[in-house]
Design a protein around this ligand. Structure first.
Ligand code: FDA
Length: 302
């Protein structure tokens, strides 16, 4: 089921069909704040009211033309002005394939620099999401370069990849902040753990490396046993609560998000918005069979 949905996430034909179906659109809204920046700002404000911060993601990936990449870059750059004007506590996450990485890596590098430079002028931060493995190495190289020149750029490490421990140590050497996740794409067994228990064990190992290092890192999961392990480790090692943050996705485990914030942990919500919700939504379906059942039930009810 997971493999099927991750395969469909990349199929343009199915995408065009699914995006026309009201049922898909409505189901996607469980995971997406809305189609416009106003909707996203409203979601950030709601999170801020509950003592949580946000990271905004203008949905889009695998951009097909350089013109689309440049337009996405301009739109993302402008979000920092809005964040400042609205006085919401929030940064931005971007995907380099949205900025043209698959078409022209130099273009995506220039776009990221433009976004990060503007963010720096506004006192803000950019997190570069990690995509599937053909882009891992070039994403890390571009992030390292941007971090060295500007300082306000971090990225993501996926615990399902065998290479992640080495990548983590390299990023830490360079003082780069990391968001640790399990990994959301379909990867071959030659480069990634297939079993959940192996991915989880590697997550815990990497979490311990991050918590005992600087700078400020993010533990991004809804997995309660990993969250408990993180809290226990921080307590035992006397790592203060404000030395790291938990991150979770908009619309998933709101109860847990609020509970952690009430316990005094820093919590950041990843808030996607925009019209290009298809691939993001398919990855959320792939993560949990009951999400698919939810869509199917409503499909037959329509
Ligand atoms: P796991 O999949 O084991 O789920 C644990 C529990 O969480 C489930 O039992 C369920 O209760 C709940 N849950 C998880 N997913 C759900 C869903 N879709 N619907 C409903 N409930 C769900 N990946 C990546 O490759 N690159 C990236 O840049 C990012 N960025 C990112 C940012 C943030 C803030 C988060 C939280 C996650 C990502 N991810 C990501 C996605 C990540 O790799 C992973 O696919 C998801 O977080 C799901 O894995 P969990 O860690 O939640 O564990």
């Amino acid at each position: 089921m997971r493999a099927l949905f991750l395969f469909l996430a990349k199929q343009e034909g199915f995408k065009n069909l699914a995006m026309k179906l009201g049922i898909f659109r409505r189901a996607a809204l469980r995971f997406v704040a809305g189609e416009g920046l106003d909707d996203a700002i409203r979601a950030v404000r709601q999170a801020n009211h509950q003592n949580m911060t946000g990271t905004l993601d203008l949905l889009g990936e695998n951009t097909l033309t350089k013109e689309d990449a440049v337009n996405a870059c301009a739109e993302i750059t402008g979000i920092f002005d809005r964040i400042l004007a609205e006085r919401v506590r929030c940064n931005i996450s971007v995907k380099l394939t949205q900025l043209g990485l698959a078409l022209d890596p130099e273009l995506s590098r220039r776009c990221l620099f433009q976004i990060a430079k503007h963010a720096l002028e506004k006192g803000n931060f950019v997190r570069v999401d990690m995509e599937d493995s053909p882009y891992t190495q070039c994403t890390l190289e571009i992030v390292e370069d941007a971090h060295e020149k500007l300082g306000n750029v971090g990225t993501v490490i996926q615990s399902y990849l065998y290479r992640s421990e080495q990548d983590t140590l390299r990023l830490l050497d360079r003082g780069i902040g990391i968001r640790l996740v399990k990994g959301a794409y379909l990867e071959p067994e030659s480069i990634a753990f297939r079993k959940k228990k192996d991915t989880d064990a590697n997550f815990i190992k990497l979490m311990k490396i991050l918590l005992t290092s600087r700078p400020y890192h993010a533990i991004a999961t809804h997995d309660e046993s990993i969250i408990s392990a993180t809290k226990d480790f921080a307590r035992t090692e006397e790592i203060p609560k404000d030395h790291f943050e938990f991150q979770m996705l908009y619309g998933i485990r709101r109860d847990l998000q609020v509970r952690l914030a009430q316990e005094g942990y820093n919590v950041r919500i990843y808030i996607p918005y925009g019209r290009r919700w298809y691939s993001y939504f398919m990855r959320r379906l792939a993560e949990r069979p009951s999400n698919v059942a939810f869509v199917a039930r409503n499909f037959f009810r329509d």
